[in-house]
Design a protein around this ligand. Structure first.
Ligand SMILES: Cc1cc2nc3c(=O)[nH]c(=O)nc-3n(C[C@H](O)[C@H](O)[C@H](O)COP(=O)(O)OP(=O)(O)OC[C@H]3O[C@@H](n4cnc5c(N)ncnc54)[C@H](O)[C@@H]3O)c2cc1C
Length: 386
């Protein structure tokens, strides 16, 4: 077992780190202040660096590398802020992967090169007002009529809602109840009948627009079908990678928080010496570092074992669950360690705490991940409805 990165992986990681820290720190502050995402010009710059197609095959405009390389890049941006990392999250480990793995060749050729080129961003619309953890209760309907698909319904909490140019919409494609009737369809921004609710005000995630989506006889070509009814299992397979992306975002926030707290503890003096000279502070720092490293190892295991494919539900859920709880612990400890400055907006730590908290709700709550883990361990599903 080799825990070291190859020279090429280190080079990519360093390029991402330099770009994220040198160019995106001021953009991140702007996103936080204005609640607007990075401009399209930045998306283009990401594309020029290859950051929007790290693990996308070269045939579709990507770098053709693996999932480990993708999360290495993503973590560097998440250390700066989730808003500047979000386009990279969506492109490398987000809903685009469902299209890449299961979409028709025509759809892949239409969508993937544009994502890699930074021309479009694709969001995922799964949750509904009455279908969150119980996702298979979703009611948004898609009817196939000849060579068209007609969608009706409503989605909630879509990150990128109203801003992204494309949507992977989980919907009911047959009358079969539960998971059996669910598939997914690709819908483009600007399609008649597609509209958005008002921008949500969230606790964190500033710079990542979120809104309800309404589908009122939204009609798209049949070629936009990603998976037909009965394909829910496939969608969840692709989602195993999104879980790893979620874990990466949480990890990045925590790693950034740790680094700031470590630096602060060496600069801040009380009782005439740096606070890192106090044993209680040393223990805090050691605990934070251990948690961040453990999270990174779980994540790297999940994506390395899957190489260029999709991670297992067990390993991706373990990685997400640990990272989601870890980031809450680490940002809380980092904030405390910075005293009043930790609580002040101008020092950025309270933002990390707010942004970090979200990942244990988004992409499936921590408790739902634990049910997935237990289910994988005993090899059967636990029906939550009976
Ligand atoms: C920042 C953020 C970004 C998001 N982005 C997206 C997105 O891009 N696209 C999208 O589709 N959705 C998105 N979501 C929605 C997210 O997936 C849901 O919020 C999540 O799945 C939980 O659903 P819910 O909010 O309806 O909570 P509920 O399902 O109502 O859960 C409420 C509580 O009950 C618990 N609970 C529910 N069922 C069980 C059970 N069987 N056993 C034990 N505990 C249970 C949950 O763990 C939770 O603590 C986002 C959410 C957030 C916060």
């Amino acid at each position: 077992m080799d825990f070291s990165l190859t020279p090429e992986q280190r080079e990519l990681q360093e390029a991402a780190r330099a770009f994220a820290r040198e160019q995106m720190a001021s953009v991140a502050r702007e996103c936080e202040d204005t609640n607007e995402p990075p401009s399209h010009a930045w998306r283009k710059r990401y594309a020029e660096m290859g950051f929007l197609g790290v693990n996308t095959p070269e045939a579709y405009g990507g770098l053709g590398l693996g999932n480990l390389e993708a999360v290495l890049v993503l973590e560097e941006f998440a250390q700066v802020s989730v808003a500047v990392a979000f386009p990279i999250f969506e492109a490398n480990v987000g809903p685009v992967k469902a299209i890449e793995k299961f979409g028709s060749e025509e759809l892949k050729r239409r969508v993937l090169p544009k994502v890699c080129a930074g021309e479009i961003q694709v969001a995922v619309a799964m949750s509904e007002p009455n279908a969150g953890s119980g996702l298979t209760d979703l009611t948004t309907k898609a009817r196939i009529e000849g060579d068209k698909i007609v969608l009706n319904g409503q989605k909630r909490w879509t990150s990128g809602g109203g801003h992204a140019e494309g949507y992977v919409v989980y919907c009911r494609l047959s009358d079969q109840p539960g998971a059996k009737g669910i598939g997914a369809v690709y819908v483009e921004l600007g399609t008649p009948g597609l509209s958005f609710g008002k921008r949500e005000e969230l606790m964190g995630f500033r710079g990542i627009p979120s809104a309800d989506i309404h589908f009122d006889n939204v009609t798209v070509p049949k070629a936009n079908l990603i998976v037909p009814a009965g394909g829910f299992g496939k969608l969840m397979e692709a989602f195993d990678l999104e879980r790893c992306g979620n874990a990466t975002m949480a990890l990045g926030v925590a790693a950034g928080a740790f680094e700031s707290a470590l630096a602060y503890s060496q600069e801040r003096k009380q009782f005439g010496k740096p606070i890192c000279d106090f044993q209680a502070v040393q223990i805090k720092l050691a605990e934070m570092k251990t948690k961040v490293e453990a999270s990174r190892l779980l994540l790297h295991r999940a994506v390395s074992n899957a190489a260029a494919g999709l991670p297992s539900v067990l390993e991706s859920s373990v990685a997400k669950c640990f990272a989601n709880e870890m980031v809450r612990d680490v940002t809380g400890a980092a904030l405390q360690l910075m005293g009043g400055y930790g609580y002040a907006k101008s020092y950025g730590m309270e933002q990390r705490m707010r942004d970090g908290w979200a990942w244990g709700i988004a992409g499936g709550t921590v408790d739902i991940q634990k049910i997935n883990i237990a289910s994988a361990l005993v090899g059967r599903r636990f029906d939550q409805r009976r």
